[in-house]
Design a protein around this ligand. Structure first.
Ligand SMILES: Nc1ncnc2c1ncn2[C@@H]1O[C@H](COP(=O)(O)OP(=O)(O)OP(=O)(O)O)[C@@H](O)[C@H]1O
Ligand SMILES: [Mg+2]
Length: 203
């Protein structure tokens, strides 16, 4: 089982992954929670470059770096864990690339889809993706006072484009991508996610 969480910065992915991990573990599942970019030593180094370095990184260079980190994560962590019957939960996956680099940065979406195709051929396709949807203003407010990384420092228009991009992705793949209203209280959001997981995993 492979579950991914998506949504703009501050929507509550990390919080909800924690709740879902606890719930699944209480039900006897072994859970491997990971994040993108990152999750392995190699990919965390790329994360540092992508999010915390002062380099000027062009959108196309950014695209390949994200995919390099993703490929390594799939090979060394995601696929082996799925093979061992673990539940893998990833904080972001390939929908982030289409939403941020495609809809946000304006890179050619077909080119991004081509990269995503290569990733899909590796065999890691999420069974379900939770898109935590929240207004950019609310998300910004939640992150007030936090130190922002290179991408988080983008302006509100960028996040507006990313949010709308995510909603288009969900429209195109309604079976996989479940849109969850994330502006509600954490436990209400968590209950909605749990209900969907209970149905899918027959818990
Ligand atoms: N439903 C909620 N209502 C109010 N505050 C929330 C809710 N969910 C999360 N928060 C708070 O909002 C902040 C951002 O949440 P969180 O870190 O889970 O989001 P994220 O999507 O992982 O963000 P990032 O992309 O920056 O990692 C945290 O301070 C968290 O405690
Ligand atoms: Mg987070």
């Amino acid at each position: 089982m492979f579950i991914t969480f998506e949504g703009i910065d501050g929507c509550g992915k990390t919080t909800q992954i924690r709740y879902l991990t606890d719930f699944l573990e209480q039900n006897g599942f072994e859970v491997v929670a990971t994040r993108e970019p990152g999750g392995t030593d190699f990919s965390e180094q790329l994360r540092d470059i992508l999010l915390h370095s002062k380099h000027k990184i062009s959108p196309i260079s950014e695209l390949f770096l994200f995919n390099a980190a993703r490929a390594h994560l799939i090979e060394t962590l995601i696929l082996p864990a799925i093979k061992n019957n673990k539940v893998v939960i990833s904080d972001r996956f390939y929908d982030s690339t289409l939403a941020y680099q495609g809809y946000g940065r304006g890179l050619n979406k077909e080119d991004i889809e081509k990269c995503n195709e290569i990733i899909k051929q590796m065999g890691a396709i999420p069974n379900v993706t939770f898109l935590l949807d929240i207004s950019t203003e609310d998300a910004l407010q939640r992150r007030e006072g936090e130190k922002k990384d290179r991408i988080e420092s983008s302006d509100i228009n960028f996040f507006e484009k990313v949010r709308n991009g995510y909603l288009k992705i969900a429209e195109q793949e309604p079976n996989r991508v479940k849109v969850i209203n994330a502006s509600q209280e954490k436990h209400i959001t968590s209950e909605k996610i749990k209900k969907i997981i209970q149905e899918i995993m027959k818990i």
